[in-house]
Design a protein around this ligand. Structure first.
Ligand code: CO
Length: 222
C-alpha cells in the first residue's frame, strides 16, 4: 500500500536538506535549546501559520492555536502554554493574532450550528454581545466579520493580561508585553491593533485607547 502522506515526508526531506545546505549547524544549534522571545496565540486556520507569515525560522515563536484564537480562563491547554512560555521560556511578548474572514467568527455572526465547536465559539459570541452596538451598525456582513475579528483579538488579549501568570510576572518586574494583531488573508498583511500592555496598570488605558482607535479606523484590511 502506498503511503498517503508520502508527499509530506518527501517534502520534509527536501526542506531538511535545504535548511542544512543553507546552514550546516542550524539543526544542531536548535536541538540544544529553544529560546523564543514570542508567544503567538492564533487561530487554527491553515492559512495563518505563525513563523512563516512574519518571516522567522523555526525556534523563534512559541505557538498556541485554536479555533478563533480564544483565551478562555478555564482552558487548561492555553493557560499551561502561557505559563510555560512566561515562567520557563521567559518570552518577552505575547501576541494574540486574529484574522479577517475567520470562519469561527463568521459562524457566530450567522448563528450557525456546527456542533461541539459552538460551545467553544460562545466565547466569541460573548465578545459580539459586548460590542453589539458597534456591530449592529455595520453592513455588509463582511464588514461585521472584519470588526468582530478585530474586537475578538483585543478582548482575548485582555484575557491574557488577566491571567495569574501574566499578572504575577508583572508583579515581580518581569519584562513582558501583550499585543493584539489581525491578519488579512486577502493580501498577507498584518494589522497592528495598537493594543500594547506591559503592566497591570496599563491594561485599562491600553484597552480603551485601542478600541477608540479601532472605531475611528476605516474598515478596510491593511
Ligand atoms: Co479563524
Amino acid at each position: 500500500m502506498t503511503n498517503p502522506l508520502q508527499n509530506l515526508l518527501d517534502g520534509n526531506r527536501r526542506w531538511s536538506a535545504a535548511m542544512h545546505a543553507e546552514n550546516p549547524h542550524f539543526f544542531e544549534q536548535l536541538a540544544k535549546q529553544q529560546s523564543p522571545k514570542y508567544l503567538w496565540i492564533g487561530c487554527s486556520d491553515s492559512r495563518v501559520p505563525a513563523t512563516q507569515i512574519v518571516d522567522l525560522p523555526p525556534g523563534e515563536i512559541f505557538v498556541q492555536r485554536n479555533v478563533a484564537n480564544v483565551v478562555a480562563h478555564s482552558d487548561l491547554n492555553c493557560l499551561s502554554t502561557i505559563q510555560f512560555a512566561v515562567d520557563v521560556l521567559k518570552v518577552e511578548h505575547i501576541i494574540i493574532v486574529g484574522h479577517y474572514g475567520c470562519g469561527g467568527v463568521q459562524a457566530v455572526l450567522d448563528e450557525r450550528r456546527l456542533g461541539l465547536v459552538d460551545n467553544w465559539l460562545r466565547h466569541v459570541g460573548d465578545v459580539a454581545e459586548k460590542h453589539s452596538a458597534v456591530l449592529a451598525g455595520l453592513d455588509p456582513m463582511s464588514l461585521r466579520n472584519a470588526r468582530l475579528c478585530e474586537l475578538n483579538a483585543i478582548e482575548q488579549a485582555t484575557n491574557v493580561c488577566r491571567t495569574t501568570m501574566v499578572m504575577d510576572a508583572w508583579e515581580r518586574g518581569q519584562q513582558l508585553s501583550v499585543h493584539a494583531w489581525c491578519y488579512s488573508l486577502d493580501n498577507g498583511r498584518m494589522r497592528d491593533l495598537a493594543m500594547h500592555v506591559d503592566s497591570r496598570s496599563a491594561l485599562q488605558p491600553a484597552y480603551e485607547q485601542s478600541l477608540q482607535r479601532l472605531l475611528k479606523m476605516p474598515l478596510t484590511q491593511p
